[in-house]
Design a binder for this molecule. Sequence first.
Ligand code: GDP
Length: 321
Amino acid sequence: MTDAASLLYDLKGKRVWVAGHKGMVGSALMRRLAEEDCTILTVDRGKLDLRRQDLVECWFNEHKPDAVILAAAKVGGIQANRSLPAEFLYDNLMIEANIINGAYQAGVGKLLFLGSSCIYPRDILVPISEEHLLTGPLETTNQCYAIAKIAGIKLCQAYQEQYQKNFISVMPTNLYGPGDNFHPEYSHVPAALLRRIHEAKMAKNKSVIVWGTGTPRREFLHVDDMADACVFLMKHYSEKGPINVGTGSDLAIADFVSVLQDVVGYHCAVEFNHEMPDGSPRKILDVSKINNLGWTAKIPIKDGLRKYYQWFLENIDHLRK
Ligand code: GDP
C-alpha cells in the first residue's frame, strides 16, 4: 500500500468498532485491522440487534468507540434481492440510521459506511464515476437495497455538512473471498458458480447451469483488497461524496465461468438459463479517485479465485448458507 495521500485520521491507539465483523467484509477487516495499532471492538448479532435503536445507543454509551466501520448489512445476490425486498430495505435502513446517528451522538471521530455499486443508475456510461449518483433510474432487481444504501450515503453527507462529522461512504464493486455466503439461490454470482462447478465436478456432470444470458459484465474484487482499501480510506479520505473501490477491469459472466472452470479444474458444457434475470448489463466502477489518492487493488483475479476455491474446499462442511 502506498501512503502517498496525507494522513487525515490516525488509527493508532483508537478503539475501532467493526459492525458486522462476522460477515465476509467484516472478517476481512478483522484480519486487516490486526496489522494496525488499534483496539478492535465487536459484538455478536445475538447480543445486539442493530435494527433496535435503543440497544444500539446503549452499546455506544457502554463501549465508547473512537471510530466505526459499518460493514453490517443484509446482503445477497440478485435472487435474494428479488425475493426479500422488504428485509433488504428495512433492515439496511434501520442498521444504518441507528449506527450513523448513534455514532454522531456518541462523539465518534470517524465512521466509514460501506455501500455498493448498485446505488448507481442502471443505464449509465461505464466506468461509473462517483458523480453519477442519483442521475437516473436504478436497476429494478436490487432497487430496495440500493435505496437503503443511498440513504446511508446521504446520512453520512448530512452529518458531514450539518455537524462537520468525518463520516465517509465507500462503494465496493462485486466482492468475493473467504467467508462468502454459498447459498445455492441467494448467494452472489462468484459463490453460486464456484459451488455449482465444484458440485458438477464431484458428480461428473456433463453441464452446469448459469443464470441469465452470460453477457452481463461484472468487476470482481477480492475482499482482502477491499479491507485494505477501507483501512487506507479511514486514514486518507474525508470528503463528503462516496468513493469507489474496484479493480478497474471487468469480464462477461460467460468468461467468468471459464475462469472458474480453470480454477476448479473442470470444463463441462454451460447451459444458460434465460428464465433467470441478467440484472445490470455493466457496472464497472471508475476507480481513478482512489487510484489518485495512492491505492490500487493488488490481488489478480486468477490468484484471488484460486485462494477462494482453496478456502471453499477447506470449509465445505461448515459454509455460511
Ligand atoms: P449483481 O451483480 O448485483 O447483479 O448480483 P450477483 O452477484 O447476484 O450477479 C448477478 C449476475 O450473475 C447476473 O447477471 C446473473 O444473471 C449472473 N448469474 C449467473 N449465474 C448466477 C447464479 O447462479 N447466481 C447469481 N447470483 N447470479 C448468477
